[in-house]
Design a protein around this ligand. Structure first.
Ligand code: ZN
Length: 119
């Protein structure tokens, strides 16, 4: 069973209780706020994000639909796909999940990782 399917099979409430996914969500939000947000601009730091074109039709023309937790949801003017842009750079996402993994599951010798946060 894939993670995203668990929500559908168990229902959101049971899925959250069983997996404690809500803990990850809360920690992730805090982590993003503490590390990735420019507190003066109240926006994601430019150097850790990438602007992207529509993942479906590759066009760049879009308009802002709404923002949630510092992420901007854009709607493609050509194909109407709603997608997030800018997104976090891949290395930043990997760093975040390595740290969240340790915060949630604890330090485990099998998963010893070298982590340093760029400021
Ligand atoms: Zn498109």
């Amino acid at each position: 069973m894939r993670h995203d399917e668990g929500n559908l099979i168990l229902g959101t409430k049971k899925f959250q209780e069983k997996t404690k996914r809500w803990k990850v969500t809360l920690l992730q939000k805090k982590f993003i706020h503490d590390n990735f947000v420019d507190k003066k601009k109240l926006d994601l730091k430019k150097k850790i994000t990438l602007n992207r074109n529509c993942p479906n039709c590759k066009k760049s023309k879009n308009f802002l639909l709404f923002s949630k937790d510092f992420f901007k949801y854009k709607k493609c003017e050509k194909c109407s796909l709603v997608y997030v842009s800018p997104v976090l750079k891949e290395n930043e996402i990997i760093k975040m999940y390595k740290i969240l993994h340790i915060l949630i599951l604890g330090e485990n010798p099998i998963y010893k990782l070298n982590i340093s946060l760029s400021s």
